[in-house]
Design a protein around this ligand. Structure first.
Ligand SMILES: NC(=O)c1ccc[n+]([C@@H]2O[C@H](COP(=O)([O-])OP(=O)(O)OC[C@H]3O[C@@H](n4cnc5c(N)ncnc54)[C@H](O)[C@@H]3O)[C@@H](O)[C@H]2O)c1
Length: 363
């Protein structure tokens, strides 16, 4: 029997408990060895609850003592690049939460270290792993939509400001507001489904209309009263894609709408698709009649087309397997986000630095 892969979790906050610890504990060929958090009480509480033997306050000490094969990086965004680079250089494969980094310069550094060390990096883009997204990607890749010429993506909330006054609303630690938080999921998903075409330019605006009210906090995310709130609560814009396709987007943590909506809508020459609040519909025509198709992806609750954690471990064990959410896509996304913030600041469209030539492989 081959040895189990040794796993450590860095950052024992909300997402680590909701997602990563369960994902890795469920895998038979992985052994959870340690949890690390600057707040040792958080690491200890989680370690006790999930029966993980070792806790650390300092991730460097954790690497020295544990030498893990895989780590999750689930810290505030500004630490993703620093910890990912350190982990790669110390022999670990990295499952880094979204966004991969808070700038394209950081993402480029991560790719350089990854390419040098030969370790693998996956981004925690769980919206690429839903049954709907996995099926839709296949449907698109087999040509069912024809050429996608237009797309819309968004995630608009009525009252969804996370962690007001915590790192989420402090630009130095988050890298930005709703664009980098929810855009990292649904703008990413639209671009991924379209096949990650190179971007020509981005035009957009940011807004900050809900800084002074607490009526728009997300449930369970009260935050810290009086804490910094210097990021946008709405991000609206347009990406022009090389080849002529257009993508408009609309993200808000808070807005005066009837109900929340998260969506990707794709228009192709042969068909269309909409994924709205988790429901997938496909549109087309046949025998001179317009046709709607509703895939039955929720009939069997045990039907999971892809598991993010299983997929990553399989890719580590077999380097020929292509990652569904490689670090390369984090650089691609960061370049678009950099251009978006520059456009919002200048009030003019900004061309995107497509550094995709740097991307050596989708590993
Ligand atoms: N994929 C998703 O759907 C999803 C959902 C929520 C959050 N996230 C991402 O997960 C990450 C964490 O978000 P969260 O909601 O769990 O935040 P959180 O604030 O609840 O948790 C972050 C944890 O990191 C710890 N930390 C800070 N500095 C550290 C360091 N130097 N070493 C070790 N630990 C450190 C904090 O003490 C805290 O416990 C973010 O990047 C966020 O964007 C992703």
């Amino acid at each position: 029997m081959t040895a189990k892969l040794k796993y450590a979790l860095i950052g024992a906050g909300g997402n680590a408990e909701k997602k990563h610890i369960h994902g890795y504990l469920a895998l038979e060929d992985v052994e959870a060895a340690a949890i690390c958090d600057v707040d040792l009480s958080k690491a200890s509480r989680m370690a006790e609850k999930y029966n993980v033997p070792n806790v650390y306050k300092d991730y460097k000490e954790m690497f020295a003592k544990e030498r893990p094969d895989i780590v999750s990086v689930v810290t505030p965004n500004f630490l993703h690049a620093e910890i990912t680079e350190y982990a790669l250089s110390h022999g670990a494969h990295v499952h880094c939460e979204k966004p991969l980094s808070i700038s394209s310069a950081e993402a480029r550094r991560i790719l350089e270290v990854r390419n040098r060390t030969g370790k693998r990096v996956i981004i925690g883009l769980n919206n690429r792993f839903t049954n709907e997204a996995v099926f839709l990607k296949k449907w698109i890749d087999q040509g069912s939509l024809g050429e996608i010429y237009s797309a819309k993506a968004g995630w608009i909330r009525r009252a969804g400001i996370p962690g007001r006054g915590t790192w989420f609303t402090d630009k130095a630690r988050s890298g930005g507001g709703v664009m980098i938080d929810l855009g990292a999921h649904y703008l990413d998903l639209a671009l991924y489904l379209m096949g990650s075409p190179k971007a020509s330019y981005v035009a957009g605006s940011t807004y900050q209309n809900f800084v002074h009210t607490t009526a728009r906090n997300r449930n369970g995310y009260k935050g810290i009263e009086g804490g910094t709130f210097n990021v946008e609560d709405a991000a609206i814009g347009y990406v022009a894609l090389q080849g002529g396709a257009s993508l408009s987007f609309d993200f808000s943590w808070a807005s005066n709408i009837e109900e929340d909506r998260f969506y990707v809508e794709l228009l192709g020459t042969k068909g269309g698709a909409s994924l709205v609040n988790g429901t997938l519909k496909l549109f087309g025509e046949s025998s001179d009649i317009c046709l709607d198709i509703t895939p039955k992806l929720k009939l069997n609750p045990n039907l999971q087309l892809k598991n993010e954690f299983r997929h990553f471990v399989d890719c580590i064990k077999d380097e020929r397997q292509e990652l569904i959410a490689p670090a390369d896509d984090g650089l691609y996304f960061a370049e678009i986000v950099d251009a978006f913030y520059e456009s919002a600041a200048s009030g003019a469209p900004v061309s995107v630095q497509n550094a995709q030539s740097l991307v050596l492989s989708r590993s």
